[in-house]
Design a protein around this ligand. Sequence first.
Ligand code: PLP
Length: 460
Amino acid sequence: MQDVKLTDTPITDTYPGLNNLVVDFNQMKSFMDDPLVLVEGDGVRVRDHTGQWYIDGLAGVAAVQVGHRNQGIIDAMTAQLNRIALTLPLYAASEPAIALAERLAEITPEPLTHVKFTSGGSEANETAFKLARQFHAQTGNPGKYKIISRYKSYHGATMGALAASGGASRKLPYEPFPTGFVHVLPPDGYRSPFGLDEVESAIRCAELVDHVIVGEGPETVAALIADPVVMSAEGLIAPPIEYFKILREVCDRHNVLLLFDEIITGFGRLGEMFAADVYETCPDIMSVGKGISGGYAALAAVMMTERVASAFWGELGDGVHFNAGHTYSGNPVACAAGLEAVRQIVEGGALDNGRERGQQLRAGMDELMSRYEQIGRVAGIGMLQGVEFVSDRATRSPYPDHNLLCRAVGRTARSNGLIGRMGDHTYVLAPPLTSTAEEIDEMLDILDASIAETLETFEE
Ligand SMILES: Cc1ncc(COP(=O)(O)O)c(C=O)c1O
C-alpha cells in the first residue's frame, strides 16, 4: 500500500497520531495546514499545545454553559465514577438518570413530563422521529409517517437527522436518504423570497406550512421539526414569536406533532431556559443536548408530553413500548454531570448572568455594525449572536463564494486569541453563560480589531 504522507508540519512530530485522526466536518488536508490541538481549559479560555490561550467564544459548540474545568461538575462526575460508571441499560435505571428525568420535567415547559435519554443530539432527533411515528401508529393513525422540516436547518449527522436537515452541501454526498422527509422554506426574512419584511415573511412561511400539509395529505404527516433558532453554515435565523404560534396552530389543526430541536437553544442559551419559553410555544416533543451536561459528557434527551407518552403505556404483550435504546443513553456519569450543570444554570446564577451578558454581546455587535458597513445585520437571541457580512448593505448581497470575508475575519480572530463560529457569511459567538462582563468586552474588542485588520488587506 502506498504510504500517504499528509503533512510536513512539525505538529506530527509531537502528535504522530494526527495522521490517523479525522476531525469533525474538516477537510483534513487544510486542517493539517493550520492545526489546532487543545490541551486544557479554564473558565472561558482554552489553551493549545503550543501554550497559546484563546477565548472559547463558542463554548465548545454552544455546550460549555458553565465554563471549562468546572470543579462542581468534575466532583459530581468523580463521585459517580467512584460508585458505578455503567448500569445495565437493558434492565436497570440509575439514580442520576432518575433524578435528572425529574429535574428536566420541572424545568421544561409544564406539559413536557417524560424523558428518553440518548447519547447525542442526532440520536435524540432520530428518537423523536421514531416516537412521532409510533405515537400515530398507536393512536389510530398508522398512515402518518412524514416528517416536515426546514431548509437551512441542522438536525444531526445520522441518516434520519441528516435527511431532515437542510443544506445541500452537507447532504449531497450521502444521498439517497430514507423517504418520508418533506422540506419547507425557513423563516429567513433577511432575504425574504416574498419581498416582505422579516415579520411578515416569517408569518407567510408559517402559513405556507398549512398548504404543504394539505398538499401532502394530513393523514400522511406525523410531525414537523424545527430548530427554533438556526445556527448553521448558512447563517443565523431567529424568527419572530408569531412564527411559532402559527406553526403550533397549523400542527394542531392537522394532528401533526410539533417537535422542537433545542439541541443548541436549550439550557439558557437564549436567555431563558428553553426557546419554548422565549417563543411561548410548547412543542409535543423536544430534543435537548449539548448544554444539558455543560459539555462534560455525551448526553442528550427527548422530552415528551403526557399525551405522547401515554401512547406507549400498556401491558407487556401489547408491544406498544418504545422498543429502542443506546448503550450510553442515560449513562449515570453523564447524568451526574447533567444534574450539576442544570443546578449551576438554574440555581447557580448562570441563566441570569447569561441573560445579561447576552444583552451586552448584542449591544456590542450592534455597535460594530454601526462602524463597519461590511456588517449587513446582527442576528440572534441571548448568548447566541452573530454578525453577517455583506458586500453591499443596501442590497444585502452576500460576498461571492470565492472571496469570503467572514472566514478571513474568523481566521484573524483566532490568531488574535478568539475562537468563534465561521459560517459562510456569519460569524457567531455563543460563549459560556458564565462569561464575565470583562470577558465579553474582550471578545468584542478582539472581533473589532480582527475585522479592522482583515479589511486592511481584504480584496473584494
Ligand atoms: C440544532 C442541532 N440539532 C442537532 C444537532 C446534532 O447534535 P450532535 O452533534 O450532538 O449529534 C446539532 C449539533 O450541532 C444541532 O446544532
